[in-house]
Design a protein around this ligand. Structure first.
Ligand SMILES: NC(=O)c1ccc[n+]([C@@H]2O[C@H](COP(=O)([O-])OP(=O)(O)OC[C@H]3O[C@@H](n4cnc5c(N)ncnc54)[C@H](OP(=O)(O)O)[C@@H]3O)[C@@H](O)[C@H]2O)c1
Length: 251
């Protein structure tokens, strides 16, 4: 327990599971109040039960009316909003030869348009807070390519680009915008993608071997990085992409 985020009020999209939940846990442990959103009520309810003082409202981040309602509900619940963490996301397997256009559109809508919508609706509250922080979960696939992930790689590179543009728009208004780019962390999303491989165990072993530090990421690795970006510790940092990958992209 610490107090690096004491008094902060964070809306976390995708906060019911995986990396979003790990960030919520880390924020609460540092004294913040959190409000969780995602489509399915049950994971949000369970997550909320484990986090002191947390609230939630189910909603789809690709639907503007949902985003507007959830953002208002978060601000009403917490008495304002100064931190926006964007962890909602999806993936799909497909190369330039076989990806379906419907899948490409779905991934771009869920991973990229979502970042615009959620930040656009939170913007007045973030500015009013006088000390806002937006954190988007991008991916190492936004800075390095990956075979058979044509849509996912494009979506994460787009998030990193949008983070830079938004950082400039918000600069001087007291709101910082940064991205975190993790390599592989075994969450539901990662398990689903690896489970679709013909030889999941072999793929997992080879993915692990690609990480010089000898292990895959833990959700808490991302939670700690999010605390850094949400707190005063990173007060002079905006428009950046922190790669958290056990050395994966250092090779
Ligand atoms: N795990 C990794 O190795 C890894 C690495 C790099 C980047 N990332 C990124 O990290 C983020 C979180 O992924 P994760 O690994 O933690 O997997 P996860 O547990 O499956 O988290 C994804 C979250 O997004 C929510 N979501 C999906 N579509 C949504 C929508 N339309 N509206 C609102 N919420 C939506 C899901 O909740 P509902 O289904 O209930 O809506 C879920 O809580 C993603 O952006 C992912 O691309 C993950």
């Amino acid at each position: 327990m610490g107090d690096r985020m004491r008094g902060r009020k964070a809306l976390i999209w995708g906060g019911g599971t995986g990396l979003g939940y790990a960030c919520a846990e880390a924020f609460v442990a540092e004294g913040a109040v959190v409000f969780l959103a995602g489509r399915r009520p049950e994971p949000l309810r369970v997550a909320c039960g484990a986090l002191a003082g947390a609230g939630f409202d189910p909603g789809d981040i690709t639907v503007e009316a949902d985003v507007a309602r959830v953002t208002r509900a978060a601000a009403d619940f917490m008495g304002g909003l100064d931190t926006l963490l964007l962890s909602s996301g999806t993936s799909s397997k497909g190369s330039i030869f076989d990806a379906k256009v419907a899948d490409v559109r779905h991934v771009l809508e869920t991973n990229v348009t979502s970042v615009f919508l959620a930040t656009h609706h939170a913007a007045p509250l973030l500015v009013a807070s006088g000390d806002g922080s937006v954190i988007a979960i991008a991916s190492v696939t936004g800075v390095a390519g990956m075979r058979e992930r044509v849509a996912y790689c494009a979506s994460k590179a787009a998030v990193i680009g949008m983070v830079r543009a938004m950082a400039l728009d918000f600069a001087g208004l007291g709101v910082r915008v940064n991205a975190i780019s993790p390599s592989l962390v075994m969450t539901d999303l990662a398990r689903t993608m690896i489970g679709r491989e013909k030889y999941p165990e072999a793929v997992l072993a080879s993915r692990r071997a690609q990480h010089p530090m000898g292990r895959l990421g833990e959700p808490a690795d991302i939670g700690r990085t999010a605390v850094y970006l949400a707190s005063k510790d990173s007060a002079w940092m905006t428009g950046q992409n922190l790669v958290v990958d056990g050395g994966f992209t250092a090779i």
